[in-house]
Design a protein around this ligand. Structure first.
Ligand SMILES: [Zn+2]
Length: 136
């Protein structure tokens, strides 16, 4: 993955964290408003970016009506807020593919198999394991 692509993935997570639930179209608008973004990903690659990131989940659908009155359902995305509760948690849930070089150096392999930067409050396991939902 190119450095630019990694940066774009990190930015999309940051924008969702700050702005909350958004459709792909809203994410594109947020990217367009962001000063540092020169090239907004195509709708197709934005879809891939949102659906293939373990930090992002789809939380519902929004009905959108077009000019001729047909309505389509647009997926609504958000960061996984059960897992990510603080700005720092974004770093602890990054997969190696989107880590910065500095984070790569700090990353450790967890017993679950994930390679993550471990939180200071959890020196022995990654945040995914630390926040694992209780088994039913
Ligand atoms: Zn783990």
């Amino acid at each position: 993955m190119s450095a630019n692509n990694r940066r774009m993935r990190r930015l999309v997570v940051q924008l969702l964290w700050e702005h909350g639930q958004s459709t792909k179209e809203r994410v594109a608008l947020l990217l367009a408003e962001h000063k540092s973004v020169r090239n907004i990903p195509s709708p197709h690659s934005l879809s891939a970016l949102l659906s293939k990131n373990p930090q992002i989940i789809s939380v519902g659908v929004e009905k959108v009506e077009n000019s001729v009155g047909n309505s389509t359902n647009h997926l609504v995305y958000d960061v996984d807020r059960y897992l990510i509760r603080d700005n720092d948690d974004i770093i602890y849930t990054r997969s190696p593919t989107v880590m910065t070089p500095k984070q790569k150096k700090l990353a450790q392999k967890c017993s679950c198999g994930r390679i993550r930067v471990f939180p200071k409050f959890s020196p022995d396991m990654c945040l995914h394991c630390y926040r694992a939902p209780p088994e039913l």
